[in-house]
Design a protein. Structure first.
Ligand SMILES: Nc1ncnc2c1ncn2[C@@H]1O[C@H](COP(=O)(O)OP(=O)(O)O)[C@@H](O)[C@H]1O
Ligand SMILES: [Mg+2]
Lengths: 735, 222, 80, 80
């Protein structure tokens, strides 16, 4: 076997110090297989070495949390013995290299994380960030990523019900593809990954192992440069057909009591799944690689241990149950092999062709993995109130905003996703949160993903808070009670103190908001080193939120439903224009402070709105976010095909901040006039800012003293941008 | 009405069909695995939507070679009702129970959205509860729904009033010839269509326009 | 023995994929490209060593599964 | 001049489609079928008459659009 040279160590992404540590832990030099195993287990991706110290700050507990971070996905109790299981994960680097397969395998990976815990996936979301539309790669990347997500999710028959998309130049060389999966299980039938006990068979199920994605995990932890597009063989190809069979087979096996532990093979495949299962179970694992189903001839132990072939799972069974399990996997025409056994040695022992090719203490791979308290620097938050031209017409700016890349309708995207399969999608894409009914009940899960990276750059702490608050608000706006979040923390190079400062600031902001809103973090993922040629992306801690609705018949949507409804704004409008979409798109400035988030106000306003919906009094609600108040009203009008007359403001110096400011904790609601008056009173009694600003009706948006704009004009601006942009160059869909 | 839903590897609207049948007939349909050789005693066989065999090679091609398909064919030949939805329609053309073929959508993209269709023909168990000329909205969700047949076949289909559902002009989501959304076989006991009637049987899920199809079947088949 | 099967659309059957590829190629500045047709190629490893039998066999596969003769035609190439 | 381009997956890259086809053929009783790989064939009409230039041109098309060289390889055949 090759001698380990400093060069080889470096190629494995390990520092000299880390290598020294490995030798110490082993009491000898590692061989190449062992080095490979260490390199993936100690990679940022698997070990969270830069973030672990800070992730501890996140609140993770609540009476309804059944499983917090640390397992394949988090679990919450949603009553009646049901549990919701969810997690979000990134596939950023692979998607940049091969958008279709990168996104597709990202979707497949997160689904496995969820069904490995015993859940049937019921909804998918995706949070996407692309470079500026004019960048020569953007269109190709959007096209590939969207068809990849659809290609995998549609075939699986799991509805993709929502997401978010931003375009910004900081993602030109490093797009973000974050996928979230939500599943349902019975609370008393959750499967964990602790391989407890010795002498139990370790079985491999799913697809055969090939040389796919070797070093994917280390790649996800290394900065990109122009040369790394050469590292292309790391791309894995997804096979959703096999995954669908794997899902059904696993659920069938899970209906028996044969399983002790089960874990999907994600990044670092066999290595991380076996090490993690042994670690959690406090046991050892012995693998015989000759038994591993192989797709290619002459695979080395190194390749097999590091392969990231998709659609594979590792399980530990109760002894004697192998035949029963095998019959199930054979029925589904999947590979099944007993490839090892659990031991009491707490060591990971790997055999190949009769020889021991790796033998190491499992704790060396997990507990002993380095944790770094990396130096960080909090940049002074950007502050100040930016100047704007007060003479610009509100209606003109509104039309323009609705057709900008970040505000335009995402219909072109979601229509490529099957969002109605499974016949439980009660709120389709286009609303504040998607709502998926819990099958055979009246309960619903509300799901959203949110983050405003521009706020996070200006002020990481407030930006982190805002991401959580917006997710909470979107769930509230449909009438559900926000219960828990998963996160996907996408940042640049943590070895730069200012980036580390963004990471720490965002995490602390997230923690504060989650605590204040009783919205714990139950799972998540970190993706660092999102940089190209030294330029970091905007800090993008995507928050995936899930809430519970007791009765899906009492749900709000954004669409105006009746002519003559009064329009109320809940929450105070102060006119915060810093970092607003208005400022960026109309004035061409990315300036000013991020809007501050008053969590107490957020909670008070949100609880008030939710109760109105849950009591069956209000069915029309939209939260106010990107673009401000008038954009929210325009979206409600477009969705309902009913216009509105807005009777306040008009052309005053304050009109622009009033209509386009991005103050937080606000909602627009519409209700019949009499009811609206009562709501107005009740809000005031509760000490909540409320303003009655107009009424629905007609087929245009009329703003007093400002003018009128027809809905057809708004709709055209809103609906046309993305399809027109995408048809700029036809790229045949990959087959 | 007794019914069966055939389950192929990677069928994924089998549960949707099962729900709709259960809701509207009050009886659980039989779920029949593709490897079986016999059908239970049923009046209606549903070939559900999905991605049987991953839609690899051609949609529906591999499923059309399954064991159970022979039994489905025999059932159809005996006059039994067969409903193929989406992937099921593709399987029916691959089985040659229906003429023509379903090709890649003209714009090459998967499309999921509600579409509006007119009911062109009410002389069948599937459509008797609709009004002739009625417009209905069902969702589509497919990548290969572009109906193709040679001119002669199209002429025959039209001449024999076998086009049951037609996309409203301007709302053809896939480029289908003659805006065809769903067709009957000659004996009018086999219907294949791309849009999903089973997903519109509940007002909560975007409408109830699919209900009449199942009611028609129940009325005809008992 | 190895077989390569080409499955292409019959003449007269519209080929949106081919059209889109042609369009994209023109858009990329490849002006000399006229009609484009897209199809499938399937490479098979066969245990069979007799060429005639192999051809017979592959033909049966095409008729049964590999091609949909309503819209597609096929060609077979054999290599030892 | 006409060009036929074969685009197939690189060796070692998983080919789910080929795998499924092979499986189906075996299931249909074609026991002699071993590995199956599926790919695309693209037929192009070219205005170009010079063979060398045509090849050059088609190669550029493959690199730019027809093949995804991250996972696919291509072959070019020219016919007058
Ligand atoms: N990538 C995507 N996939 C599916 N739906 C999307 C995607 N991006 C945005 N959407 C949908 O478009 C709507 C508007 O998105 P967004 O403006 O981010 O909503 P909000 O401001 O309420 O968070 C939402 O319903 C969202 O789910
Ligand atoms: Mg919202």
């Amino acid at each position: 076997m090759a001698v380990i040279t400093p060069q080889i160590v470096k190629e494995h992404g390990l520092s000299e110090e880390e290598y020294g540590r490995i030798k110490q832990l082993l009491n000898r030099e590692p061989n190449l297989v062992e080095l490979g195993i260490f390199s993936v287990m100690w990679s940022e991706h698997c070990s969270y070495k830069s973030t672990r110290a800070h992730l501890r700050k996140l609140p993770t507990k609540a009476p309804w949390v059944l499983q917090g971070p640390g397992e394949n996905a988090g679990v919450i109790d949603i009553g009646d013995g049901d549990a919701a299981i969810f997690k979000m994960e990134s596939h950023n680097h692979p998607s940049f290299i091969e958008p279709y397969q990168g996104a597709a395998t990202g979707v497949g990976g997160i689904m496995r994380d969820v069904f490995t815990m015993g859940a049937r996936p019921i909804a998918m979301m995706n949070a996407l960030r692309f470079g500026e539309p004019s960048h020569h790669k953007t269109r190709h990347l959007v096209s590939g990523v969207v068809s990849g997500i659809g290609g995998y999710g549609n075939c699986m028959g799991i509805p993709t019900v929502g997401g978010e998309v931003n375009f910004h130049k900081s993602y030109n060389g490093n797009i973000l593809v974050n996928a979230m999966c939500v599943g349902l299980a019975k609370a008393n039938n959750i499967f964990l990954s602790a391989a407890k006990g010795a002498g139990n068979p370790v079985v491999y199920v799913g697809s055969k192992t090939g040389r796919d994605g070797i070093h994917g995990a280390t790649m996800a932890s290394a900065e990109f440069d122009d040369a790394s597009e050469e590292k292309r063989p790391t791309v894995q190809v997804g096979d959703p057909f096999t995954e669908k069979l794997l899902l059904e087979a696993c659920l069938e096996l899970m209906a028996t009591d044969a399983i002790i532990a089960i874990q999907d093979m994600g990044a670092a495949g066999l290595t991380s799944s076996s090490a993690e299962m042994g670690d959690k179970g406090g046991s050892g694992i012995e693998l015989d690689l000759d038994k591993v189903p192989q797709r290619e001839a002459n695979m080395t132990a190194y390749e097999m241990m590091l392969s990231e072939s998709q659609e594979r799972m590792l399980a530990v069974l109760k002894p004697g149950r192998e035949a029963e399990a095998e019959a199930i996997f054979k029925k589904w025409e999947l590979d099944f092999a007993v490839i090892g056994i659990t031991t009491d040695t707490k060591r990971l022992v790997v055999k190949h062709k009769g020889a021991v090719v790796a033998d190491m203490p499992i704790t060396a791979l997990s507990d002993e993995a380095p944790i770094y308290e990396r130096p960080f620097e909090h940049r002074a938050p950007v502050a100040g109130t930016p100047k704007f031209d007060p003479s610009k017409k509100v209606t003109d700016s509104l039309v323009k905003l609705l057709g900008t890349p970040d505000m335009a309708s995402r219909r072109w995207i979601w229509e490529q996703y099957d969002y109605t399969v499974m016949a439980d999608t009660v709120q389709c894409p286009g609303g504040d949160a998607a709502v998926v009914r819990v099958h055979d009940t009246n309960k619903g899960l509300a799901i959203t993903t949110d983050v405003s990276p521009r706020y996070c750059r200006a002020n990481p702490f407030e930006g982190g808070k805002q991401a959580v608050a917006e997710a909470w608000r979107n769930i509230t706006a449909v009438g559900a009670k926000p219960l828990a979040v998963t996160d996907n923390l996408n940042f640049g190079n943590p070895q730069k103190p200012e980036i580390m400062g963004e990471i720490v600031g965002c995490i602390e902001g997230i923690a504060e908001a989650c605590r204040a809103l009783d919205f714990p973090v139950i799972s998540g993922n970190c993706s660092l080193y999102n940089e190209t040629n030294g330029e970091g992306i905007l800090p993008t801690p995507a928050i995936g939120g899930v809430g519970l609705m007791a009765d899906v018949h009492r749900m709000a949507t954004v669409a105006f439903k009746r002519e003559g409804d009064a329009i109320l704004v809940i929450g105070e409008t102060r006119g915060h224009l810093g970092q607003s979409i208005y400022l960026r798109e109309i004035e061409g400035k990315e300036e000013g402070g991020a809007p501050p988030v008053n969590l107490a106000e957020e909670k008070k306003n949100g609880d008030f709105v939710r109760k109105l919906i849950a009591d069956g009094r209000v069915d029309t609600v939209h939260d106010i976010s990107d673009g401000g108040l008038i954009v929210a009203i325009a979206e409600m009008a477009m969705a309902g095909k009913i216009g509105a007359e807005i009777g306040v403001a008009g052309t005053t110096p304050d009109a622009i901040p009033f209509f386009f400011g991005e103050d937080q904790a606000r909602y627009v609601i519409a209700a019949p006039a009499e009811l609206a008056i009562r709501i107005d009173d009740e809000a005031k009694d509760a000490g909540i800012f409320v303003a009655m600003i107009g009424k629905s009706g007609g087929d245009s948006l009329i703003i007093a003293r400002e003018g009128e704009v027809r809905l057809s004009v708004l709709r055209k601006a809103h609906e046309e941008w993305l399809p027109a942009y995408m048809s700029g160059e036809e790229v045949p869909a990959s087959n | 009405m007794k019914s069966a839903v055939i389950v192929f590897p990677a069928s994924n609207c089998d549960r949707d069909a099962q729900n709709a049948l259960k809701q509207l007939t009050g009886k659980d349909p039989h779920m029949v695995w593709h490897g079986e050789t016999d059908l239970p005693d049923v009046d209606l066989v549903v070939l559900p939507g999905g991605f049987s065999y991953g839609d690899y090679l051609r949609c529906g091609a591999m499923a059309s070679q399954s064991n159970i398909v022979r039994a489905v064919k025999a059932h159809a030949e005996r006059g039994g009702a067969v409903l193929g939805i989406c992937n099921g329609f593709q399987v029916l053309t691959e089985m040659h129970l229906l003429p023509g073929a379903l090709m890649r959508n003209a714009d090459l993209k998967f499309v999921c959205r509600p579409v509006t269709m007119t009911v062109e023909e009410t002389q069948s168990a599937f459509s008797r509860k609709y009004q002739s000329g009625q417009t209905v909205s069902f969702p589509v969700a497919h990548g290969d729904g572009n109906y193709f047949a040679d001119d002669e076949t199209l002429k025959r289909l039209e001449g024999e009033n076998r086009v049951v559902f037609r996309y409203v002009e301007g709302d053809n989501p896939n480029g289908s010839a003659n805006d065809i959304a769903g067709i009957l076989n000659e004996k009018r006991n086999v219907l294949g269509l791309m849009p999903h009637p089973e997903r519109v049987v509940d007002p909560l899920l975007g409408g109830t326009d699919g209900v009449a199809m199942f009611q028609g079947l129940i009325e005809s088949l008992g | 023995m190895k077989a390569r099967v080409f499955v292409t659309l019959k003449n007269g059957v519209l080929d949106p994929q081919g059209k889109a590829i042609g369009h994209a190629l023109n858009g990329l500045g490849f002006g000399s490209v006229g009609e484009v047709r897209a199809g499938k190629v399937i490479d098979l490893e066969l245990a069979e060593t007799d060429e005639a039998k192999a051809r017979e066999n592959v033909k049966a596969m095409c008729e049964k599964l590999l091609a949909n003769t309503v819209i597609e035609k096929y060609e077979i190439e054999l290599k030892a």
